[in-house]
Design a protein around this ligand. Structure first.
Ligand code: ZN
Length: 325
């Protein structure tokens, strides 16, 4: 059986859709590659951000719900989501975030690499982590960030758990991950390929209370399989291992199965295909509301419920200006 290829996407909860777009699209320079609705609740948007085309391993998605209460981070949840950056981009990002009013945490190194910590407008923990090696993402030329500093898709996630053993065993025995390091109470697992979104860290603290899901919480993380037959093999294997795995669900841009990991975090396994260009051209990704065929007859009703937002034009950030501040 083929090992998991790394992360496919991370899905989180937010409040204000406009605030969410302004931050991810205009500040972090992650292209809004799809504007659609929550297929299980079509009165709520589902935003997908990623690189130019939404390459699996770069996709951050949100359900923005203006009435949502703020979540409380704790055990059984994703404690932080991380993008990769080049070693030469640390000062750029510290300056760029600060100049956009984002509070940046104290300089930190982890497994020998620089880490920048901050929160999104809903309090979700984000990190930028320096990573060597290849990153097969597609640079978004029309975004605000110059090519040399653009985020290079996901580095990985940190799971906050009361104990590492059971979720660690799931990763290594069922999903093809390898334990590659330990630093204090942090255990690092790495996916089998040499690409993007490879790392799952488990940060153990048995005394930390359980998290409470809300705005600023990660709802689930999705891992990549290359095709449907590989996904079905995983479905069978996970079911045999006693994990309550769902039937395959059609998410329009990929197909998904879901199961709850032993530590409490909701896992998904998603296919790379068909991707975001299935219902609109790459040039105009994300600019208009896309609905799956089964919701098209209800378009007018759905559009009337969704709060309006605008995609503001991006302003190119020039390195010289930032560094001279
Ligand atoms: Zn998902």
């Amino acid at each position: 059986m083929q090992p998991i290829q790394g992360l496919h996407h991370i899905t989180a909860l937010a409040r204000n859709p406009q605030t969410n777009v302004n931050f991810y699209h205009n500040v972090l320079g992650q292209r809004l590659v799809k504007t659609t609705v929550n297929f299980d609740d079509p009165g709520t948007y589902h935003f997908y951000y990623g690189d130019k085309v939404g390459t699996p391993g770069s996709i951050m998605t949100f359900f923005p719900w203006p009435m949502a209460a703020r979540g409380v981070r704790g055990n059984g949840e994703v404690g932080a989501s991380a993008y990769s950056i080049d070693a030469g981009s640390v000062d750029f990002w510290r300056n760029h975030l600060a100049s956009n009013g984002v509070t940046v945490g104290q300089p930190e190194t982890r497994f020998g690499y620089d880490v920048i910590s901050f929160e999104d407008p809903d309090g979700m923990a984000l990190e930028l982590i320096v990573k060597d090696g290849p990153a097969t993402y597609q640079f978004w030329e029309d975004g605000p960030i110059p090519a040399e500093h653009a985020l290079r898709a996901f580095h990985g996630v940190t799971l906050w758990l009361a104990e590492a053993e059971r979720t660690g065993a799931l990763l290594t025995e069922q999903m093809g991950y390898e334990l590659v390091g330990q630093e204090g109470n942090r255990w690092r697992f790495k996916g089998a390929s040499d690409d993007i979104g490879l790392y799952v860290d488990i940060l153990v603290d048995p005394k930390r209370p359980a998290g409470r899901m809300g705005a600023g919480s990660v709802h689930h993380i999705a891992f990549r399989t290359r095709d449907d037959s590989e996904q079905l093999e995983y479905q069978q294997q996970l079911a045999q291992a006693g994990l309550g795995v769902t039937p395959v669900r059609d998410r329009q841009y990929f197909r998904s199965i879901y199961f709850r990991s032993p530590g409490g975090v909701l896992f998904e396994i998603a296919t790379d295909a068909p991707g975001f260009a299935i219902d609109e051209p790459v040039e105009t990704l994300g600019q208009s509301l896309k609905l799956p065929a089964w919701y098209e007859p209800r378009r007018r009703e759905i559009e009337a419920i969704l709060p309006p937002f605008t995609i503001k034009p991006v302003e190119k950030v020039r390195q010289a200006e930032v560094i001279n501040e």
